[in-house]
Design a protein around this ligand. Structure first.
Ligand code: PLP
Length: 669
């Protein structure tokens, strides 16, 4: 068998294992009149771009932050302008207008569904802060969502602090999910008196007693919700969010017990919301429909049990078509935003009308669908590795094996590239090349061939491979063996990036993102390659690319030009992964201790390293903890003036918040 250098072997193994999953090859046609439309089709931009991204006649990506009919920004020109301001690549570019547009599209879709089905209630969304906690993102959403009474969902105490401080609209909802301790619950009760609308969602049975206790402590109740653990099927990467083993939510018997506990504690009147979440990135609309029907029936039963229900919160899960295939694959969805809104509205209306129950205000916690499109990660390529296919110059008295390889190469070159090529001729020559390369290795092992001759054999074999590949597009039938040659010749493009830092979802959960050059799109990309990053870790690679519902191991790329940057964009990455790498849900580092055993059988703590406080993690997301507190102090003052909050309770609220900022991000009993 042919022998390659260790790194080449590694490269081939990686490519071959990826090839096992490759069912379709997206080979660019061998044509010189390449157009920007060809690039759009090749990279799927026309399918996943959602009118935000297109290609201009310069062959650059255009960004239309407000949708296709509005002002366009040339992404490559923008990158160059930013670089001239010393904002060098890699860069994460966030288009806030896209964020606003996503929010508008979501609300418009629900409004259209409400009109179409003559739904007598309304839609009121919230943004799950965990999806992207950066201050500017949350503030932007609160500003542009004001006229929709758009609210926030908090999944931890640090997120609760952000939500309490940034929601200024008394009609906006603040959905409180996640684990809760008594201080968390007391804070929400006091925030209700402050004129906010926090709804404490019971996710665990143990929280019921805590809510009852906190309400007794304060002498007032929070608005209460229940998260149901649905039995409906689910699928996709986050499918485990439903069913008996789901981490959050109450089973039906637990819901019934909770209702009775709340009734006995005189809190049933504050139970207003039913929530479910069937997992992020729902790829099949049928799953949502089943869940809606089940949740609709539970909602009706809660009404019948005497709770004055007002809201049905369908959670997150509205998916993104990352690969543009419009199918139920993990990286896509088999429904549109409008289909989603229609199904939510129509199913709940049908359920309620059949039971003569007033329809609820529909709440959704869509994160991914709002935040994915607005940020683009742009990075440059530093260099490219290529197979050693340079033809070595002829030396005197070359060994027979080398002469054989030269002859094989000459034979392949004689085959015309322009007329129909007989693939068996190519296959035969390639088999010969492999055989001679094998012979060269055996001869080297036995000491008949020196290192430089072995290198020549390797170069000539790769040169044969290149010539074979260049003729493949003229074959009507390509043998399997030769198809893989194209991938063996692929190059590694070294990206000026840390994939661990900037694209964590690609390695942590195998998320696919559209990746493509942002310029030279009027030029045919004749190379195939994958990306390796700057880190010393061998996993720092991007080797999975979208392919209209499939996954391909290599991407069509351009040859690097001397003294010219080659710039790549990774799109649709604004949700989760921007913050996933380190501070998901704003849980920071834990405290840690260094312990040593003592002679008497005990131990000493040599070092205690404090974990992040909530103030630390908030600052990491560019929030100013003092400014957050000040906003809430001013709001308390107003609530005191209007008689909604007692001075003592206002003090208690500020104490909770101040203490909370100094404490770790985890819960405290
Ligand atoms: N709500 C809850 C309870 C979640 O766990 C999540 C994320 O999984 C979301 C909302 C947001 O989901 P998505 O980003 O898919 O809309």
């Amino acid at each position: 068998m042919i022998t390659y250098s260790a790194s080449t072997v590694q490269q081939i193994l990686t490519i071959e294992s990826a090839l096992k999953t490759l069912t379709k090859t997206n080979v660019p046609p061998n044509t010189n009149d390449w157009s920007v439309e060809d690039s759009s089709v090749l990279y799927g931009l026309n399918r996943w771009g959602e009118n935000y991204f297109s290609i201009n006649q310069k062959g650059h990506i255009n960004v239309s932050p407000k949708g296709s009919n509005n002002k366009k920004i040339d992404l490559m020109d923008l990158v160059q302008e930013l670089e001239s301001r010393n904002l060098k690549l890699p860069l994460l570019i966030r288009f806030d207008d896209i964020l606003e547009d996503r929010l508008n599209r979501l609300h418009e879709a629900f409004q259209q569904a409400i009109n179409q089905y003559k739904y007598k209630g309304k839609y009121q969304g919230v943004f799950p802060i965990k999806c992207n906690q950066h201050r500017h993102v949350v503030e932007e959403l609160m500003t542009c969502g004001r006229h929709w009474n758009f609210g926030l969902e908090a999944g931890s105490k640090a997120e609760l602090l952000i939500a309490l401080s940034l929601i200024q609209d008394s009609k906006a909802l603040l959905i409180c999910n996640g684990y809760k301790d008594e201080r968390y619950i007391e804070t929400t009760i006091l925030a209700r008196q402050l004129g906010r609308q926090p709804i404490v969602v019971i996710e665990q049975t143990t929280e019921v007693q805590r809510i009852i206790q906190a309400s007794r402590n304060i002498g007032a109740a929070p608005l209460i919700g229940i998260r149901a653990k649905l039995s409906s099927r689910s699928s996709g990467r986050w499918g485990a969010s439903v069913g008996a083993t789901a981490k959050f939510g109450l089973s039906i018997p637990e819901i019934l017990t909770t209702v009775e506990q709340l009734r006995s504690a005189n809190l049933l009147n504050d139970l207003r919301l039913l929530h479910f979440h069937v997992g992020s990135q729902i790829n099949d609309i049928a799953i949502l429909k089943d869940a809606l029907q089940e949740a609709g029936q539970i909602y009706i039963e809660l009404n019948r049990l005497g709770a004055p229900m007002q809201y049905l919160d369908v959670g997150g899960g509205l998916g993104i078509d990352y690969d543009g295939s419009q199918t139920s694959t993990e990286a896509s969805t088999n429904y549109s935003l409008q289909n989603y809104a229609n199904d939510v509205v129509a199913t709940i209306k049908e359920c309620c009308e059949a039971n003569s129950i007033r329809v609820p205000t529909l709440v959704s916690e869509s994160g991914r669908a709002i935040a994915s499109h607005f940020s683009v990660l742009v990075f440059n390529i530093l260099s490219k590795s290529v197979v050693p296919a340079k033809i070595p110059s002829i030396k005197e008295n070359e060994p027979l094996i080398i002469r054989n390889l030269r002859e094989t190469l000459a034979l392949i070159k004689k085959i015309s590239k322009n007329t129909e090529v007989n693939s068996s001729q190519l296959q035969e020559s390639w088999n010969d090349a492999i055989k001679f390369q094998d012979d060269a290795l055996s001869a080297f092992r036995l000491g008949y061939l020196g290192l430089s001759e072995r290198a020549m054999a390797e170069q000539l074999t790769w040169a044969c491979a290149k010539e074979v590949v260049e003729r493949l597009s003229s074959c009507s039938l390509i043998p399997e063996d030769l198809k893989t040659l194209r991938y063996r010749l692929a190059g590694t493009y070294y990206a000026n990036l840390s994939i661990f830092r900037s694209a964590p979802d690609t390695w942590a959960i195998d998320q696919l993102f559209p990746i493509m050059p942002i310029h030279r799109l009027n030029e045919e990309p004749k190379q195939l390659g994958h990306f390796a990053d700057l880190t010393c870790d061998s996993d720092g690679k991007l080797t999975r690319f979208i392919d209209n519902g499939q996954i391909k191991p290599l991407l069509e790329l351009h040859e690097l030009k001397p003294n010219e940057q080659y710039v790549i964009g990774m799109f649709l990455g604004g949700a989760y992964q921007e913050v996933m790498g380190n501070l998901h849900n704003l849980f920071g580092s834990t405290n840690s201790v260094h312990l040593r055993l003592t002679k008497d059988g005990g131990y000493t703590l040599d070092h205690v390293v404090r974990g992040n406080t909530k103030a630390d993690v908030l600052e990491a997301m560019e929030h100013d903890p003092e400014a957050l507190l000040e906003r809430l102090r001013i709001a308390s003052e107003k609530a005191i003036q209007s008689g909604n909050l007692k001075i003592g309770d206002a003090q208690r609220l500020m104490d909770h918040l101040e203490t909370s900022l100094r404490q770790s991000t985890y819960l405290h009993e």
